[in-house]
Design a binder for this molecule. Structure first.
Ligand SMILES: NC(=O)c1ccc[n+]([C@@H]2O[C@H](COP(=O)([O-])OP(=O)(O)OC[C@H]3O[C@@H](n4cnc5c(N)ncnc54)[C@H](O)[C@@H]3O)[C@@H](O)[C@H]2O)c1
Ligand SMILES: O=CCCC(=O)O
Length: 504
């Protein structure tokens, strides 16, 4: 069992090429009430490097009781933290941001270690993640109420915004830093306290960020970060049913979102859910093809395709279909799949065997129904069981699994279309709607198509939507609520109306 707060990087991580400038950032304990703690049962689970399958650390297997203790700590802290002046909350978040930037190299190493993405990409994620703390440090003092003219002339109405209370935050492994800071930043800015369930596949980054919270002087109990693998469902049940938790924010699959939403109904919690997508990426005949290829490379193959806003269905006008695919192929052939720590690696492994199996199933299904593989299409066993080749499929047709299911892997699947109406119809023919992209130089078409796509976010002539200033979220079964931007903070506040009767 791990001793709370100690690091074991020296021995276990050597084969994984992990060398931290500050080894005390590698934590194998949960952070509750300002203390590093093990599970009361003493149980722990292994964290593996997806590139090598080596155990790199052990984290506490928290159970329902441990989770309740974390919620109680957050509840006690809420009583005082909610009264902290906004300027003070801003300073705390700013200090936390500064510490993330100062420790960016180590945080990036931890991300590569447990998630597999190449080091440069991991470093980009750290900056992106830290930027949410910076952004929300600036938003904290700008939480405004309103004055509203009452119907009755003898009354005055104002609204004030309160922090919603203790929040249960559940995050996925694909962005082990950013998916956590995007929730915790606005929660703390609003005056809430949090219990974060870190992803079991990649908990070390979250725990290192917790250590930086400690160093930033965030008061005990305001931020609690817990881990579990086998007990995930039990921990989720407590977070979504405990009466003290007033808000649940979840990022992950639509299937798990459905379970958590059901559970949360027992105590009518405020919710925001960032769920799965099936992003269309449309290239019209009038597009700048170089720009579209660059956009597609970033959009499709970022994190080896394991991004909720990755292009899943690439729709190309028939008149440029062959030319565009050839241009994409030329670029993809220059990429190198491998261990994210090795210089020259452009794309890492998938997170685990289940992810590889799903990608393989989607490719085999498409091929069985008439698609052609132009590149990749297979596992890369010489690199390890979690590696799958960057894949290009052409001649995609309706009825293939990729049309209705999110692949969440490095498969670029090309469909041909003839008209704008047809492209929009195919793009919207799915029960999810997170991101959608298209490329065109025609301004009128840009407005028409942006308005017609049933998604929460549209990229026009751009392949990456991620920006702390932008509201991130979906429609349909991709969920509801927005993260980042000025709207992100609304998810963590409640509006109180105060009506005052006055003598005339
Ligand atoms: N919309 C977004 O912003 C966004 C971002 C990242 C990932 N995703 C989606 O997440 C999916 C990929 O991630 P995944 O496969 O890890 O998703 P997942 O839903 O299986 O897991 C997400 C997180 O929820 C936890 N979890 C699973 N079951 C739980 C339960 N019963 N109670 C509490 N927690 C539980 C997991 O441990 C993990 O930490 C994709 O569908 C992707 O689109 C969406
Ligand atoms: O995978 C989901 C989040 C991706 C992003 O914020 O860019």
């Amino acid at each position: 069992m791990a001793v709370p707060g100690t690091t074991t990087s020296k021995v276990r991580c050597r084969p994984c090429m992990l060398q931290l400038d500050d080894p005390s950032l590698l934590k194998e304990a949960c952070y509750v009430n300002g203390q590093w703690v093990a599970a009361k049962s003493g149980k722990a689970f292994s964290v593996e490097n997806p590139a090598t399958q080596e155990e790199v650390a052990q984290c506490p297997e928290f159970d329902a009781q441990d989770t309740e203790a974390a919620i109680e700590a957050a509840a006690v802290a809420f009583a005082s933290y909610r009264k902290t002046p906004a300027r003070q909350r801003a300073r705390l978040l700013r200090r936390w941001y500064d510490l993330m930037i100062e420790n960016a190299d180590d945080l990036a190493r931890l991300i590569t270690l447990e998630n597999g993405k190449p080091l440069a990409e991991a470093k980009g994620e750290v900056t992106y993640a830290a930027n949410f703390f910076e952004w929300f440090s600036e938003e904290a003092p700008r939480i405004y109420g309103e004055t509203i003219e009452a119907s009755n002339p003898s009354c005055r109405i104002v609204t004030i915004k309160h922090p919603v209370g203790v929040c249960g935050l559940i995050a996925p492994w694909n962005f082990p830093a950013a998916m956590i800071t995007r929730k915790v930043g606005p929660a703390l800015a609003a005056g809430c306290t949090v219990v974060v369930k870190a992803p079991a596949e990649a908990p070390l980054t979250a725990l290192a960020i917790a250590e930086l919270a400690h160093r930033a002087g965030i008061p005990a109990g305001v931020v609690n970060i817990i881990t579990a693998l086998d007990n995930t469902a039990d921990v989720g049940k407590v977070l979504t049913t405990h009466p003290v938790v007033k808000k649940v924010s979840f990022t992950g699959s639509t299937g798990v979102g459905r379970i958590l939403m059901n559970q949360s109904s027992s105590t009518i919690k405020k919710l925001s859910f960032e769920l799965g997508g099936n992003a269309p990426f449309i290239v019209f005949e009038d597009a700048d093809l170089d720009v579209a290829v660059r956009g597609l490379m970033a959009c499709k193959f970022r994190n080896s395709g394991q991004t909720c806003v990755c292009a899943n269905r690439i729709l190309v006008h028939r008149s440029i279909y062959d030319k565009f695919i050839k241009m994409v192929l030329d670029v993809v052939q220059t990429f190198t799949v491998g261990n994210g720590f090795v210089e020259g690696t452009t794309h890492g492994p998938l997170i685990h065997g289940r992810a590889v199996a799903k990608v393989e199933e989607h490719v085999q299904d498409a091929v069985a129904k008439g698609a052609r593989v132009l590149h990749g299409g297979e596992r890369l066993p010489h690199l390890g069981p979690n590696f799958f080749g960057l894949t290009i499929l052409r001649d995609m047709k309706p009825g293939m699994k990729i049309c209705t299911e999110e692949t969440f892997g490095p498969v670029a699947a090309f469909f041909a279309f003839d008209t704008e109406e047809e492209a929009v119809e195919i793009a919207n023919d799915t029960d999810v709607g997170l991101g959608g992209y298209f490329f065109s130089k025609d301004v009128s078409r840009c407005w028409r198509v942006a308005e017609a796509l049933d998604v929460g976010m549209v990229g026009v002539n751009v392949g990456v939507l991620s920006d702390p200033a932008a509201p991130f979220g979906g429609v349909k079964q991709s969920g509801f609520g927005r993260e980042g931007s000025k709207y992100g903070i609304d998810e963590f506040t409640v509006t109180k109306m105060v009506m005052t009767g006055i003598e005339q």
